[in-house]
Design a protein around this ligand. Structure first.
Ligand code: HAM
Length: 525
């Protein structure tokens, strides 16, 4: 790099990473109001707040959400951690390349792996007993060299396969470092915490909620970010009574109502359980195979990996085909059908309006029975402001006892966007000071500090300029900041004990004693 280029690089301005953003005042006041309302509404339904780590073992998400889902297969921010991070990274490369890269390329990577392994042993990061593993791996490298020396001898593919098989054995699973991921959602972590803290011993069900950032490597657009925020609520344990499904939905609808969210529409569905869904999926796969040629590449692939996801397709040409496919509602087992009917009845009892949508299958694997999504006004194509459903087998899948579960996550960014687009003020004035203290002179400064302290203790927003300035300049500044009052403190005010309070909108001035100021201001609000 030339000196000039290096200097330029040094002066480079930093920007927020693509798909992340700064949330600034006054908008943050709206975020706070939304979160405060969540704390209040959720508490009235008996939910307690849980705060979770932002990263967990990748395996927790892979197992919960499903390997074939977009979230796990494409969108997770994953990294290795620990002193043997490099070793594990090389193992990861080998795993991902062993099937389609040349023998020599993989062997070369394995050579790096062995060298890194050797370093680990010599540094003491790997226990001494691994010296024997090292010997075995050196044998493999020797076999690679032998094969290379014999490369003109004709077909060596069987021998190469054998060597590759031996290499794979050593790198098949992450063993020496933690493989971690920034959380793409919270449900898996809540279940992990439920198990880890033995919450099945508490009175059931356990109702938990959390608020915080999630991370998915999606293509950013309006309402879709790589770091986004969710307000997540989960009910774990106890029964799968349909009243629980309905109450969880009632809670989120109450919350939206309290915020004045507009155009709220609740879409519900039941996707069956492990008894009836597999049969329906097979039927769907068979039907999709018949029309495969008319589907796009994504849907074609999903016929094999996850046919339910085809129902999610937004591709215009596929819509008329999808409409003719068999519907899960007609293939639910008796228990699931009864449960679904009861959920709808319970929603009715609570006055919650809903639309049924048989194509609502959700993008995560852990769901069974009730699924739902809520859309709102002003959001464009990313209009789901909340998604959720029942996940009765998930805690068990993560090594816990059989446990019922249902919950939802609200996309807080989208919620705020919808509120802003429909004219909800970000409370712009909320951050303006109520009162600006214009002071001049040393004595006045001490009085101003005292006044600021007392007024702030009484809960008023006060701006105290850090340096002396002429009254005219101070009043101009107060105006610019949008203050309602200026408290003028000069020598006269300090010696007479009569302070001047100016209302900036009309220029009215009043004389007040220090002891009367707080009460006087309270009356003005
Ligand atoms: P989800 O549908 O993946 O469900 O996400 C829930 C909500 O998070 C979405 O409806 C959307 O509002 C918001 N969201 C998702 N991805 C993004 C993004 N890239 N940018 C902005 N907002 C986004 C879950 O996460 C489940 N864990 C919900 C759940 C809880 N199910 C049961 N319990």
């Amino acid at each position: 790099m030339s000196e000039g280029a290096a200097k330029k690089e040094e002066r480079r301005k930093f920007q927020a990473i693509k798909g992340t953003r700064d949330l600034l005042p006054p908008e943050t006041a709206l975020w706070n109001r939304v979160e405060q309302t969540a704390h209040e509404v959720f508490a009235t339904f008996g939910f307690g707040e849980i705060r979770l780590p932002i990263f967990e073992q990748t395996e927790l998400f892979a197992r919960s959400i499903g390997l074939e889902t977009d979230v796990v297969s494409k969108e997770m921010y994953t990294f290795t951690d620990g002193p043997l991070k490099r070793l594990e990274d090389i193992a990861g490369y080998i795993r991902s390349m062993v099937e389609y890269q040349s023998f020599l390329f993989v062997a070369q990577l394995f050579d790096f792996y062995v060298r890194e392994f050797e370093l680990g042993v010599s540094r003491g990061d790997l226990p001494e007993e691994h010296r024997s593993t090292l010997l075995e791996m050196h044998n493999i490298l020797e076999a690679v060299q032998n094969l290379d020396a014999r490369r003109h001898e004709g077909d060596l593919s069987t021998e190469k396969e054998r060597v590759l098989g031996r290499i794979k054995l050593y790198v098949s699973v992450p063993r020496f470092a933690d493989v971690l991921a920034l959380r793409p959602e919270a449900t898996a972590s809540v279940c992990r915490a439920y198990i880890e803290h033995g919450m099945q011993q508490l009175p059931q069900p356990v109702k938990l909620y959390c608020i915080g950032p999630m991370f998915r490597r999606e293509r950013p657009q309006k309402g879709r970010y790589r770091q986004f925020y969710q307000i997540d609520a989960e009910v774990l344990g106890g029964t799968d009574a349909p009243a629980i499904d309905a109450e969880v939905i009632e809670m989120v609808m109450t919350f939206f109502d309290r915020l004045g969210l507009e155009g709220v529409q609740l879409h519900i569905n039941s996707i069956g359980d492990r008894n009836c869904r597999p049969k329906y999926v097979e039927l769907l796969r068979a039907e999709l195979s018949k029309v495969k040629d008319k589907l796009g590449a994504d849907s074609q692939r999903r016929i094999e990996t996850n046919p339910l996801r085809v129902l999610d397709s937004k591709v215009k040409e596929e819509q008329s085909i999808i409409e003719k496919l068999p519907r899960i509602g007609d293939h639910l087992c008796q228990d699931c059908a009864t449960h679904y009917a009861a959920v709808k009845h319970e929603l009715g009892l609570r006055g919650v309006k809903y639309q049924e949508n048989w194509r609502l299958v959700r993008g995560l694997d852990y769901y069974s029975r009730t699924t739902f999504e809520i859309t709102a006004k002003g959001l464009g194509s990313q209009n789901a402001v909340c998604g959720g459903g029942r996940y009765d087998g998930l805690v068990e899948l993560l090594g816990g006892p059989p446990t019922k579960g249902i919950g939802f996550a609200i996309g807080e960014d989208r919620l705020i966007l919808s509120l802003l687009e429909t004219g909800h003020s970000p409370l712009a004035t909320c951050h303006s000071p109520l009162l600006y203290i214009a002071w001049m002179g040393e004595k006045a400064y001490a009085t101003a500090i005292r006044a600021a302290k007392n007024l702030r203790n009484a809960g008023f927003r006060v701006e105290l300029p850090p340096v002396e300035q002429k009254f005219s300049k101070a009043l101009g500044q107060a105006d610019k900041l949008g203050a309602r009052f200026a408290l003028i403190l000069g020598d006269n005010e300090v010696s007479s004990g009569q302070w001047t309070l100016k209302t900036l909108a009309d220029g009215k001035q009043e004389k007040l004693r220090e002891s009367d100021l707080v009460e006087h201001l309270k009356k003005q609000l």
